[in-house]
Design a protein around this ligand. Structure first.
Ligand code: NAD
Length: 327
């Protein structure tokens, strides 16, 4: 039975803790600077509340889930790696490339496996689409379109510490672009505006963005991000290849469609990431347990985290410079 210590008892931490129990592993400890949040989550899953040092020093703990705030990831990655634990870390590794690279060196030295929380790679539809690309269903990939729009903007406190739209939100799409293109982007052009709420511009951020990526062989990818989609969480993929097209559409609570004299109506897409990617989070955790048991290597690792951050930083640079940037 794999025993896990989890850092972070917030939104995403609650999801991972529930999936640990459901997958048959043991949640041994919950660590959170908010003791009430840690106690509530630990009680729910029969775990104990602990301080980081004690939990990491416990030799019966095999693995660590880092689901705490972004600014804690790099430190906890290093401490867990030095303690010899298998690690599942939420995105991003850090907002600073220099810090990410220092952290990677420590992890490499320790030789422990790290799974990065790019959960969309585990979404059953997106994974099946990727499998179809790899099976040659549409031949050579030429053009990828990623639509990723939140139902509404986050609170201002979140915006201020998020690292900006490219590093906080688009980082998932930048990882998806690399995943689907199957080649590293070598050029990026980003343009963006603040159209949803003025307060986002006041925090120095944007809420609407369009990014184009190009690989060395000329494959293209367009990413469309918005912090507002009044019809729900809009998560769609389209991949055009020499022999056809692959699409993965939005998911809805039901498929019921009412056609009447007024028009045709159905459900809106699932509201947000906790609902839309519930299956992906479960599959991601199952994969992590296989990694912990030595039965699999992480399909998405810390180097993927570094690459996605590199693209996000280049997108910021492109936005400022108003021109394409070589990556
Ligand atoms: N992959 C995804 O789909 C996804 C979705 C949401 C969030 N995230 C990432 O997960 C992380 C957490 O996001 P969230 O939305 O759950 O945030 P949250 O604010 O709901 O939870 C974060 C928790 O971390 C705790 N914390 C802060 N410092 C800590 C420390 N030093 N040790 C232990 N706990 C500490 C906070 O008290 C809080 O309870 C972020 O890095 C975010 O980018 C990923």
């Amino acid at each position: 039975m794999i025993r896990i210590c989890q850092f972070g008892a917030g939104r995403i931490g609650s999801i991972h803790a529930a999936n640990v129990a459901a997958a048959g592993a043991t949640l041994a400890y919950v660590v959170d600077v908010n003791r009430d949040a840690a106690a509530a989550l630990a009680a729910k899953h029969g775990a104990r509340v602990a301080e980081a040092e004690a939990a990491l020093a416990d030799p019966s703990v095999d693995a660590v889930i880092i689901a705490s705030s972004t600014d804690t990831h790099a430190d906890l990655l290093e401490r867990a790696a030095r303690a010899g634990k298998s690690i599942f870390c939420e995105k991003p590794v850090d907002l600073s490339m220099a810090r990410v690279e220092r952290c990677m060196a420590v992890v490499k030295q320790a030789g422990v496996p790290v799974l990065m929380g790019f959960n969309r790679r585990f979404d059953p539809s997106f994974a099946a689409l990727k499998k179809a690309i790899d099976a040659g269903t549409i031949g050579k990939v030429e053009l990828v379109q990623i639509t990723s729009r939140d139902p509404g903007p986050p609170p201002q406190d979140y915006v201020k510490v998020s690292g900006g739209l490219f590093r906080d939100m688009m980082i998932h799409d930048l990882d998806m672009a690399r995943f689907l293109l199957g080649e590293e982007p070598v050029e990026i052009f980003a343009t963006a505006s603040c159209l949803v709420e003025k307060r986002i511009a006041e925090a120095g951020d944007v809420d609407t963005a369009a990014v184009t990526l190009r690989t060395a062989s000329g494959k293209l990818c367009q990413i469309s991000n918005s912090r507002r989609a009044v019809y729900g969480y809009d998560q769609r993929l389209e991949v055009l290849g020499e022999k056809g097209m692959l699409e993965a559409g939005n998911q809805k609570p039901t498929t019921v469609v009412a056609s009447t004299v007024e028009g045709v109506r159905g459900d809106k897409p699932l509201h947000f990431f906790l609902e839309r990617y519930a299956d992906a989070y479960r599959a991601e955790l199952t994969h992590f347990l296989e990694v912990c048991a030595g039965k699999a290597k992480p399909i998405v690792g810390i180097e993927d985290g570094r690459r996605a951050l590199q693209l996000a930083d280049a997108a910021n640079e492109s936005l400022k410079a108003k021109r394409a940037i070589a990556v």
